[in-house]
Design a protein around this ligand. Structure first.
Ligand SMILES: Cc1cc2nc3c(=O)[nH]c(=O)nc-3n(C[C@H](O)[C@H](O)[C@H](O)COP(=O)(O)OP(=O)(O)OC[C@H]3O[C@@H](n4cnc5c(N)ncnc54)[C@H](O)[C@@H]3O)c2cc1C
Length: 463
């Protein structure tokens, strides 16, 4: 527990109404979408950079763990204390400060919701492409700290491609500024990109300068169904061969489709015998979109699609996307515990990833629905577990390791977008050498010599 004098100093910084220590808040801020973690000892809600800096300085002086938190939707326990301490929630720093139309730049505080920024810039004919499925509930700061991705990453790239500059508070309380409004800047090391994806372990991000692009005038959405995932994956390769880069290229397997059907109370969402479907979106100027949509349709039919639907209006487009949007919720109905792994392999290796998962399913007798961003090889492998069944939990844990080892052997990565947090930390050494991990730890020590900022994350626990 934190000493009263420390809590009094915290209260003096943020104001008593923005410091909480009651059991309910400590518990609420001690969990995220992973649903595991240790309760905070105290939760502070600073109003601005100066208060964030003062809180960091205080924690640094007293060697108290400090955990930055955005909206708490992370899947790897990143915003959750691993050993108590102070959770610093940025939720009050939620303003869009500037949309600079001349320079195609937006400047935001960290806890602006991603979807709110998208709506604001789209009203001006601009576009902020990164679109995690959580965009209505997750913050830009959290997206930057995790380098979030989404369906559009295949064409537009992930969050890192849009971060031009940052203001951040070091664990000592020092405020730094990196990058700026310019798209070219090669002065010194690129600290902006070092902080992107650093999972709140190097600094607390308090302001973000984002690159915008013009909003594509039109888009076309297609849904192609297949007998099995092999044919769907063949279509992905065929689309790439046709030299089309869709804005989204999402794959949903038969098991996931059944789960959505059951959740929505619909007998079948696709033609009888559908084992996989692809949702494909192309965007751009009308003539190009029309031409690319027909090339996509041709590629799918050549790869054996049983049906290709083309949305005729916005209502039909939303209807086609509904299956994808309902997935997370629907899988929750399949089993109470979902070990959601966002593995990624080079696209050409997706068939081998599916073969690997098929082997794991059989060997460990587990339900593993698959869906994901087929365009960039980032497939969500959902190991569905009944948490009250100890034997099944043990099989699932063993299967995770086999999955990660297999993915690395396929030249892939154990996380494409959710980060490492504490849940994947034990597996870091499967992908990185001891020398690479040690180098990263020296970088961490340069930013955070006393190790107070988000301890217990990314690096394997020392026994
Ligand atoms: C239903 C659902 C769907 C999802 N879909 C996707 C998806 O499609 N793609 C994807 O990439 N992710 C997805 N996620 C995961 C999650 O939404 C993302 O990781 C998101 O970027 C987290 O943002 P957040 O604001 O909730 O951050 P939090 O969960 O609060 O924090 C995440 C990490 O960032 C750090 N952090 C947060 N804010 C700051 C800051 N200002 N400064 C420094 N560090 C900070 C925290 O310490 C923590 O390590 C999904 C989650 C859910 C629940």
């Amino acid at each position: 527990m934190l000493p009263p004098s420390f809590l009094e100093s915290l209260s003096a910084i943020v104001g008593p109404e923005h410091l909480t220590t009651d059991a309910e808040s400590r518990q609420a801020y001690g969990t995220d979408a992973l649903k595991r973690g240790v309760p905070a000892d105290a939760v502070v809600l600073p109003a601005d950079t100066a208060q964030v800096s003062a809180v960091a300085m205080l924690c640094h002086k007293h060697s108290v763990p400090l955990v930055p938190r955005g909206a708490g939707t992370g899947y790897t326990g990143g915003a959750v204390p691993s050993q108590g301490g102070v959770v610093l929630s940025l939720e009050r720093m939620n303003r869009i400060l500037e949309i600079d139309e001349a320079n195609l730049v937006a400047i935001v505080e960290p806890c602006v919701l991603t979807g709110d920024l998208q709506d604001a810039v789209e009203r001006l004919g601009l576009f902020y492409p990164p679109d995690p499925a959580s965009l209505r509930i997750s913050s830009i700061g959290g997206n930057v700290a995790e380098c979030a991705g989404g369906p559009r990453a295949f064409k537009y790239g992930t969050t890192k491609r849009y971060v031009l500059g940052l203001e951040a508070v070091l664990p000592s309380g020092e405020v730094i500024k990196t990058g700026g409004k310019v798209v070219k800047n090669v002065v010194g090391y690129d600290l902006t990109q070092l902080l992107v994806g650093s999972e709140g372990t190097l600094a607390i991000i308090t302001r973000i300068i984002l690159r915008l692009v013009p909003r594509p005038p039109v888009q076309a959405t297609l849904r192609a169904t297949f007998r099995d995932v092999e044919h769907a994956v063949a279509a992905v390769i065929q689309i790439v061969r046709a030299r089309v880069v869709p804005a989204a290229l999402e794959l949903v397997d038969g098991e996931s489709l059944d789960a959505v059907g059951r959740n929505l109370g619909v007998r079948t969402l696709a033609p009888e015998g559908t084992g996989a479907l692809l949702l494909i979106e192309v965007d751009g100027v009308p003539a190009a979109v029309e031409e690319e949509a027909s090339r996509v349709q041709e590629a799918c039919l050549e790869a054996g699609a049983t049906e290709v639907l083309h949305a005729r209006d916005e209502e039909e487009r939303q209807e086609l996307w509904r299956v994808r949007r309902e997935l997370s919720m629907s899988l929750r109905m399949v089993a109470a515990l979902k070990l959601n792994h966002d593995v990624v392999v080079p696209k050409g290796r997706i068939p081998q990833l599916f073969q690997l998962v098929a082997r794991i399913r059989e060997e460990f007798r587990l339900r593993i629905p698959l869906f994901g961003h087929a365009g960039d090889g980032n497939i969500h492998v959902n190991i569905m577990v009944d948490p009250t069944n100890a034997d099944e939990v043990a099989r699932a844990r063993a299967a995770e390791r086999v999955l990660f080892e297999g993915v690395v052997a396929l030249e892939g990565s154990i996380s494409g977008e959710h980060g490492i947090g504490f849940s994947k930390a034990p597996f870091l050494a499967l992908e990185l050498t001891a020398g690479e991990i040690a180098l990263m730890q020296r970088v961490k020590a340069a930013f955070d010599p006393t190790g107070i900022l988000n301890p217990g994350k990314i690096f394997p626990p020392v026994h």
